[in-house]
Write a protein of this length. Structure first.
Ligand code: BUP
Length: 465
């Protein structure tokens, strides 16, 4: 009976990497009838992919109450960033006070709010004034959560509550988990006045006021880190961390465009194709893109490559001819398929022909690879991605060429890329360990008493109080 169910509002932030896990969470909550859901999405969205995904979600789940939250005009020149997605985070943060009338007027009254991790500082004052229990969905790794919990000490500032980590300028030592080298921290987070550093610092300052942290990870991938977080080894008074991953990819995410790619995969031998994709918001330089093309040819492997030339899809207009050049494009036709459209990544990763994944290590990509048991060649590009690449390497899900730097450092040459891909595709022990992670992922997601189910049960108890 829906009248007796708790009612929870979900507030995602910007970008497919943040929206997708929120919608997968919403789908789980309503499908298992754990609670009623209101979905509050910032409007307008930055990318077309986001607005299309929201519409497909709403058609698939009409029982979810969708509310658009209209953003105030925002002057990007007043924020210290150029990345359009960070600017959109800031725009949402600055409009967050407008959530108050929305949250107080939904019916039946809300039991709790789950917002994006980038909105803690701006949403918590609103939800606290309405006495609403407030949770975040942390859309990246538990290792990144451990880092985020200690983040201020990297800049010599105190954390939200007593912390047990130390930073000597080179290595961040966090009790209970392997040390985190400075080289894994994104330059934009090391720059003290950048917008990303400011957002993390502000969010950290009230982290302990949250009622809990939901996270898209699971025991078999990050058991040690989850243990450290929940046993108070990282910071004192860290709210409980609920592993609710890996989220199940859903039917509503599918788009028609990938038909050709999937059809092409049907004609390839099992475990023979490497899939190359750098997520929804990372555009490599043209030089680097062409070196990847050269590397794929040199690897001798079959490949499916999604090329992205601009961070925001609405402006990604140049054809493949222009981005890759005729000659390279022509040479690639024999062994591979190169596309510039969105593909259904989970469908691709689940295809029997696909054995390896060259990934930027956006957290959704990592969890999708683990869900499908596809070994990863980690090639982090920005933000949390080197920290996620450490998880990929330590868990056995894949390999990481640590000497490939952040973009802006040296372009990685085709020869090296080709060799790394060859290694990824031929390494039997990686194949076995990735398959073991898939098994752990399926157990965490569906097994009775698995981490996910136990987390949801505990949450529902809290929401029904
Ligand atoms: Br591109 C692309 N098809 O063609 P991440 C992406 N995706 O399904 P990001 C497709 O977008 P952040 C495509 O499966 C994943 O769910 C992919 O999220 C899907 O990286 C999502 O991997 C991408 O987290 O976001 O986009 O860089 O920086 O927020 O992690």
């Amino acid at each position: 009976n829906s009248n007796t169910l708790a009612h929870v509002a979900l507030i995602p932030s910007a970008g497919m990497g943040h929206l997708t896990p929120f919608l997968r969470l919403a789908a789980s909550l309503v499908q298992h009838q754990y609670c009623q859901v209101s979905l509050i999405t910032p409007h307008p969205t930055l990318s077309l992919a986001e607005s299309e995904l929201i519409s497909r979600f709403c058609s698939a789940f009409p029982q979810v109450n969708h509310i658009q939250f209209h953003l105030l005009p925002f002057d990007a020149a007043t924020a210290n960033a150029t990345d359009p997605f960070w600017l959109q985070f800031e725009s949402i943060r600055r409009s967050a006070h407008l959530l108050s009338p929305l949250l107080s007027s939904v019916s039946p009254p809300l039991s709790a709010v789950i917002c994006d991790m980038s909105l803690i500082y701006s949403v918590l004052p609103v939800t606290k004034s309405l006495s609403l229990p407030t949770y975040i969905l942390f859309t990246t790794s538990a290792r990144m959560l451990a880092f985020f919990s200690c983040f201020p000490i990297v800049h010599g500032f105190p954390t939200a509550s007593e912390n047990y980590a130390s930073f000597d300028g080179n290595v961040l030592e966090i009790p209970g988990i392997p040390p985190l080298p400075r080289s894994s921290i994104s330059p934009m987070l090391l720059a003290p006045n950048s917008l990303p550093a400011k957002i993390l610092m502000e969010d950290n300052s009230i982290l302990t006021k949250l009622n809990g942290v939901l996270i898209n990870t699971f025991q078999g991938l990050e058991g040690e880190t989850l243990e450290a977080l929940n046993n108070g080894k990282v910071i004192k008074e860290l709210p409980h961390v609920f592993p609710v991953g890996p989220f199940t990819p859903r039917e509503f995410e599918r788009r028609d465009q990938s038909g050709a790619a999937l059809k092409w995969l049907d004609d390839q031998p099992a475990d023979s194709v490497v899939y190359v994709g750098f997520g929804s918001r990372t555009a490599l330089t043209r030089n680097q893109i062409r070196e990847i093309g050269d590397g794929l040819l040199k690897s001798g492997c079959r490949f499916l490559w999604v090329v992205k030339d601009k961070p925001v899809d609405r402006t990604d207009e140049e054809g493949l001819d222009e981005v890759l050049g005729h000659e390279l494009l022509d040479n690639m036709k024999e062994k591979g398929l190169v596309v510039k459209t969105w593909v259904d990544q989970v469908e691709v990763l689940s295809h029997k022909a696909v054995g390896g994944f060259v990934s930027h290590c956006g957290w959704n990509s990592v969890t999708e690879a683990s869900y499908c048991g596809v070994r990863v060649l980690a090639w982090p590009q920005h933000g949390d991605q080197k920290i996620n690449a450490e998880v990929v390497e330590m868990s056995g899900l894949g390999m990481w060429m640590k000497n490939w730097g952040w973009p802006g450092e040296d372009v990685v040459k085709g020869k090296e890329i080709g060799e790394a891909i060859k290694e990824l595709m031929s390494n039997e022990s990686l194949k076995t360990s990735a398959a073991a992670i898939k098994e752990a992922a399926r157990k965490a997601g569906t097994g009775v008493g698995g981490g996910q189910e136990a987390s949801f049960k505990r949450l529902i108890n809290e929401w029904n109080k």
